[in-house]
Design a protein around this ligand. Structure first.
Ligand SMILES: [Zn+2]
Length: 370
């Protein structure tokens, strides 16, 4: 941390002297001053000190990042506070900045944080009228982006869709991974936007009327081949094997699954069940019910929800109505309607014609819809 207390005054580490004693504004315990040739001057708790307010491990990357972001805000004439202690929340954001007339806490996160802790802190900010922007440091950049990290730190904005922010203070590069989606196999996909932070770049980034054509590169044909390749591969993903076994039980070959399964990318990663499994099981379910019956929207959606499983991802930084499993369902339902698998009849759905399930990939490719 860069700011500590001395007799009820805040003191910056660079102005502090070894002769004086300083305390943590959060917990009140004495802290140590660290001056160094290579490290930035900062305060640290004694080893083993239990501080709830200030628990982030102070790596060099964290200190440098905080300093850079703070200096950047000042350079751009934004009202900004470094490590401002917010007593009503009992929290201390790395940076507090007035961005577009709104006080926003910036958390430059370099160390791991549990979902519970993150949700609690995020909620704290929102409840007290602050916004919070979690920006991830180099340690996160170096590691794989998992569904768990994605759900914790991502935001939703109209032009960027689901996005997550990274900053590398070493080369002063900002990276936004936007349009985060999950492909058929559950792999996370996104579009990179790399830039050196300046006001224009930020305004450009968040412009509402930006249009990104991210789904264009997608081809059903290629994906059908990819599915076959994965099924024949030496190491089959256990999630894929599970779907394959499900198909065998129903005397179906997964490689020959209907073309509409390769409709398009799912909009949102919502849980651990892969889109492939959800679609396959939904279609099989359709084959098991009578074509004479009609179904309400709610009934269909209940199937979809059930198949999606109970371990849904939680997005502490995204409003519930912005992203949920129902949106994925509506997309799939639209696909079923446009392929005339189901028909809408007086606000009820009726099964019209079941999609063709092919013997194998070869046969399936012969029927590639033009
Ligand atoms: Zn403390």
């Amino acid at each position: 941390m860069f700011v500590a207390n001395k007799d009820d005054h805040s003191v910056l580490a660079i102005d502090a002297t070894r002769e004086s004693k300083y305390t943590c504004p959060g917990c009140g315990q004495f802290v140590i001053l660290r001056h160094g040739q290579t490290r930035l001057s900062h305060f640290a708790h004694h080893a083993g000190a239990d501080c709830e307010v200030f628990s982030e491990g102070e790596t060099q990357a964290h200190l440098t990042g905080k300093t850079r972001i703070f200096n950047w805000c000042r350079k751009n004439h934004l009202a900004v506070k470094l490590e401002a202690y917010l007593p009503e929340l009992h929290q201390r954001p790395d940076i507090l900045v007035n961005w577009h007339h709104h006080w926003t806490a910036i958390e430059f996160q370099c160390s791991p944080i549990s979902l519970e802790k993150l949700s609690e802190r995020t909620r704290g900010y929102y409840e007290h009228g602050y916004k919070v922007w979690w920006i991830l440091g180099p340690t996160y950049l170096a590691r794989k982006l998992t569904l768990e990290k994605l759900s914790k730190f991502s935001y939703f904005q109209k032009s960027l869709n689901l996005f997550i922010s990274f900053y590398n203070p070493t080369n002063d590069q900002f990276l936004v991974k936007h349009h985060l989606t999950q492909d058929l196999f559950g792999k996370i996909r996104w579009v990179d936007y790399n830039f050196v932070p300046d006001k224009k770049a930020f305004n450009e980034l968040f412009r509402q009327d930006n249009q990104y054509d991210v789904l264009k590169s997608y081809h059903a044909y290629r994906e059908a081949l990819e599915l076959q390749r994965r099924l024949l591969g030496r190491y089959t993903d256990p999630r894929l094997r599970k779907v394959q076994n499900f198909c065998y039980l129903h005397h179906l070959n997964l490689a020959g699954c209907p073309w509409l399964i390769h409709g398009r990318l799912f909009e949102f990663p919502t849980g651990v069940t892969t889109p492939l499994e959800i679609k396959v099981r939904f279609l099989v379910k359709l084959t098991q019910v009578s074509s004479k019956r009609s179904f309400s929207y709610q009934e269909f959606f209940a199937w979809f929800e059930y198949i999606s499983g109970s371990s849904m991802l939680k997005f502490p930084n995204v409003a519930r109505q912005k992203i949920n499993v129902e949106m994925n369902f509506q997309q799939f339902l639209a696909e079923l309607l446009s392929n005339e698998v189901v028909q809408l009849d007086h606000e009820c759905y009726r099964i019209n014609k079941l999609p063709c399930w092919y013997r194998d990939l070869t046969q399936k490719l012969n029927f590639f819809p033009a």
